[in-house]
Design a protein around this ligand. Structure first.
Ligand code: FAD
Length: 539
């Protein structure tokens, strides 16, 4: 009994946050004799790929990469680490579109989730069903790209309701964060549109959990059913809420049951320009509070001739030169983009309905541009820009992105201090800068994701690319922005957060820190999962 207690105290003492020590452990050599050994790669080519991500700022070499052929392979890997005297880190790598090494595992093992795609019979892929209680839904492997989910569901005339701007991201990767775009005001983030998950947690010995929980928190955990669990609002609900927005800390998502709705075939897509932030934000807030539109997003508009602007394909060359003329007249230009979906039945009325919705808006007169597009082309709008930047060698550059949620109460100060002063006047960046409001009531506070505590919150994406400008300079600008918000008392939250210290993480989670830590102790007590987030570290 004493031995067990001593053992638990040692384990317990490892749950230290912050940068106390570098991640210490690589897998012991016995890993090479496991059944999964043929799916493990230790060579430089494989580990090098797993040490990169979209951000191209951080590089952490893992000891190995697992190309799982089934969910069981991942279970076996986690079990192996769990049973090592000193466990090693394991990171699910979706499409590695993180920007700060979040899907990396220094010295540990990176699980290349997309390899499950080659073995769809093992619970992954995209399967569409219907039930009286849920309506239409899709069971989707955590490794699936949203573009593949879209294509598969469209074949049935259906589609998910909440999106990201860019679709070459995995379901597991975006559900670990939130998944937001201009539909979120209406449907909430992607995490709000999930019925059920299959999750492999970092826990295997329930007995040990009992002791850890007793020592840490003075209560007994609910009896678990092992490391591979199905969870929903009604079953293993704590795991369900933990994993959604949980930054990969509590388990690896291998299946998500996603809400589907009837897919429109086409959309009316409108862009308007503003010279005045008050009018721009007022109009956006008005549109998200009224029914009728399906998508609302705003941006700080740069010179559209710049090759790094994602919005350029919308406009004809003539439109572009008209828009460019605005830059000689006004200090700062904002663009608002709205979309109305339409169906066969609404084809005759959609234009009129749209006119009604837009008639009271205060954009610069005559600076409104409309386009009729297929639903697929609209949702997949960033892809053509990706290909074009890739062809110019501008996609695989450093990306010191900063994504924030800004409460409505601080958005005017944020505009003046950050968008106008730091970004526009002093640095003249032409990176895409997104600014759009969303409704807080669509976020479920039981989930791990954190957003400011106000009815209306703005999603702000400062999507910088290094190359022409040194990325360290842009990173310095990010720090200046965070400092400005702090000084101005604007209670922002980072989206896709990245912090260096324990204090910053505790501050980020705020009132949710206690439960986040408690859930970590419950679902990944040995701190195995997603070490690249840098939230918990072995001491
Ligand atoms: P990865 O980078 O591979 O992983 C991210 C984190 O999730 C890691 O900690 C990883 O360990 C963990 N993880 C991965 N798979 C799983 C799994 N199956 N189970 C549990 N944990 C897992 N975000 C938005 O919300 N809206 C946008 O419009 C948007 N646009 C983007 C556009 C571009 C060009 C890029 C590069 C990113 C964009 N993002 C957007 C951010 C994106 O949603 C996140 O970076 C997301 O994590 C990327 O998914 P991924 O599959 O690449 O995840």
């Amino acid at each position: 009994k004493h031995f067990i207690l001593l053992f638990i105290v040692i384990i317990n003492s490892t749950l230290i946050i912050g940068k106390s020590k570098p991640w210490p452990n690589s897998p012991p050599c016995e890993i090479r004799s496991l059944d999964i050994a043929t799916r493990l790669r230790f060579d430089h080519d494989a580990t090098k790929i797993a040490s990169t991500d979209f951000g191209n700022l951080t590089h952490q070499i893992p000891a190995a990469v697992l190309n799982p052929s089934s969910v069981k392979d991942i279970v076996d890997l986690i079990k192996f680490s769990y049973n090592c005297s000193v466990p090693f880190g394991i990171a699910a790598r979706g499409h590695a579109h993180s920007v700060r090494g979040q899907a990396m595992a220094y010295n540990g093992v990176v699980v290349n989730m997309t390899s499950l795609n080659d073995h769809c019979k093992n619970g992954s892929g995209v399967r569409i069903s219907w039930s009286a209680s849920l309506g239409s839904y899709a069971d989707v492997g955590g490794e699936q790209l949203w573009i593949d989910v879209l294509n598969a569901t469209l074949e049935h005339g259906l589609a998910p309701v909440s999106w990201t701007d860019y679709l070459y991201l995995t379901v597991g990767g975006t559900l670990s964060n939130a998944g937001i775009s201009g539909q979120a005001f209406r449907y909430g983030p992607q995490i709000n549109n999930v019925h059920e998950l299959d999750v492999i947690t970092g826990t295997i010995l329930q007995l040990l959990m009992v002791y850890i929980n007793l020592i840490n928190f003075g209560f007994l955990p609910n009896p678990g059913r092992g490391e591979f669990l199905t969870c929903s609002k009604h079953e293993n609900s704590e795991l369900f809420y933990a994993v959604l927005g949980g930054l990969g800390q509590f388990g690896i998502i291998t299946r998500a049951r996603i809400v589907l709705d009837k897919a429109p075939k086409r959309v009316k897509w409108v862009q308007m320009f503003y010279s005045n932030f008050s009018a721009f934000s007022r109009d956006q807030e008005h549109l998200i509070s009224t029914k009728g539109l399906d998508y609302v997003e705003g941006s700080l508009t740069g010179d559209d001739n710049h090759p790094n602007n994602w919005r350029s394909p919308f406009f004809s060359p003539a439109d572009q030169s008209r828009i460019a003329s605005l830059f000689t007249k006004y200090e700062v230009i904002y663009g608002m983009e709205v979309v109305k979906y339409y169906y066969d039945l609404s084809i005759d009325t959609v234009d009129e309905e749209l006119q009604m919705l837009l008639k009271e808006l205060n954009f610069i007169p005559s600076f409104i541009f409309m386009k009729d597009a297929s639903f697929l082309d609209f949702l997949n709008r960033v892809r053509s820009e990706e290909l074009s930047l890739e062809a110019k060698g501008l996609w695989d550059v450093p990306h010191p992105w900063l994504n924030l949620f800004v409460p409505k109460s601080g958005i005017m100060d944020f505009n003046a201090g950050v968008l106008v002063d730091i970004i526009h006047k002093r640095n003249k960046t032409s990176a895409p800068i997104l600014v759009y409001p969303t409704n807080r009531e669509k976020w479920d506070d039981r989930m791990s994701a954190v957003v400011p505590d106000e009815e209306t919150i703005y999603a702000v994406g400062l999507l910088h690319s290094g190359g022409a400008i040194d990325w360290q300079v842009l990173d310095g600008q990010n720090k200046e922005i965070l400092h400005f918000c702090d000084k101005a008392g604007i209670k922002i939250k980072q989206y896709l957060p990245h912090y260096e210290t324990k204090e910053e993480w505790v501050n980020h989670f705020g009132a949710k820190w206690g439960i986040f830590k408690e859930r970590k102790a419950k679902f990944d007590p040995k701190i195995i999962l997603s070490p690249g987030q840098g939230i918990f570290r072995l001491g």
